[in-house]
Design a protein around this ligand. Sequence first.
Ligand code: NAD
Length: 462
Amino acid sequence: MPVSEQMVQEIVKAVMAKMELKAEPTGKKGIFTDMNDAIAAAKEAQKVLRVMSMDQREKIISNIRKKTIENAETLARMGVEETGMGNVGHKILKHRLVAEKTPGTEDITTTAWSGDRGLTLIEMGPFGVIGAITPCTNPSETILCNAIGMIAGGNTVVFNPHPQAIKTSIFTINMINEASLEAGGPDNVACTVEKPTLETSAIMMKHKDIPLIAATGGPGVVTAVLSSGKRGIGAGAGNPPALVDETADIRKAAGDIVNGCTFDNNLPCIAEKEIVAVDSVVDELMHYMVSEQGCYLASKEEQDKLVATVITPKGLNRKCVGRDAKTLLGMIGVTVPDNIRCIVFEGEKEHPLIAEELMMPILGVVRAKDFDDAVEKAVWLEHGNRHSAHIHSKNIDNITKYARAIDTAILVKNAPSYAALGFGGEGYCTFTIASRTGEGLTSASTFTKRRRCVMSDSLCIR
Ligand code: NAD
């Protein structure tokens, strides 16, 4: 029996009546005190979503996109104020990108075989309620991107956001539910708890109603999710090297690399974190970066002070992550004009500011004796994350050799890293790049189960 609009509305009403019993302490939609209640509410919402037509799902998604664009500045400011990381102007662009280029229901497709023995389809069905863990580096961007893809796939989602970005995350999740309700969908398509902790995360990971977990963050969280016994999508850390060979347009490479590296103060996991350049072009590259691209060349003494400031015995100094170059230099007593946007220096690949994934506009340049040496150094620096890498070269054989050796989910050629997100490059946007588990750039179809539907000896009408 086809599901009519009226039937859907009746189910929505019945489920909502049931949900009114649940207290939402903040007065915001989708926000609960207890993780178990958040999961229960998302489960009820998924019962509604699964009977809605694709067209109705798309209406919810269109409204999430519209509200994201309307609130791009608010979300960008909240993220920067709450976490202390990033750049408001760049974050506005990131929110527009999420709204405009994250795939929706068009990503949910059917494969069909029709022949003498009938008709067989592979269809993409929802998992149900997905558990999602999100980072503080792109808090609202990741929540919006995950929610659009997961809802397009017919799922609802429970988030355990980074505690340092909880206000921004709550604002975003409330906005997603308002968008759903306005578009005739259910409340609680996205849920979370007021105070996310490792305990709430553990409840989510073990819960019987969570069949899939998508983790976006550093190595710790991806390992935790992959040890949970559930299916996990692991979008982990990177340390993307930008390789420059002698065939590149060196002046353009300098501009592209610094633009990518400084975007949102280097917070994106795909952003250039270090350069490996062949010996013959290092000096020219450095010249353009310093004279034309607002880079500050740090002395040995300044590099040592930066190491002592940004890296602590417990790991990265969170007060430095996502800060701009002027602020970082100010922390070591160096005053620079406002046009300085990146810190550069030449060093060995083992230099802590080069080998570590810093998420700050600090770019060490490693000198390689030739292309093969450059590839070897870049592969070492990527640490087997298989996440992202970049190359500036006009030699197709070199590009191919590098691509095969580094084997990353993303490889950008002759452009800033953000071209990989569809910003100045072709293709769709995502903020969850499943480097570790191999799905690559996630989209709605990643969050679905494949189902084979077989009609034997009928419905082939050729
Ligand atoms: P983080 O690892 O500190 O935190 C990410 C999330 O995981 C947070 O919600 C945090 O509370 C949670 N978490 C951390 N350890 C956990 C554990 N043991 N169990 C359960 N939950 C845990 O990362 P961050 O600083 O918020 O983000 C930066 C990191 O994320 C970088 O390493 C960056 O490369 C990576 N990242 C990857 C992608 C990607 O798509 N691959 C996207 C963004 C960020």
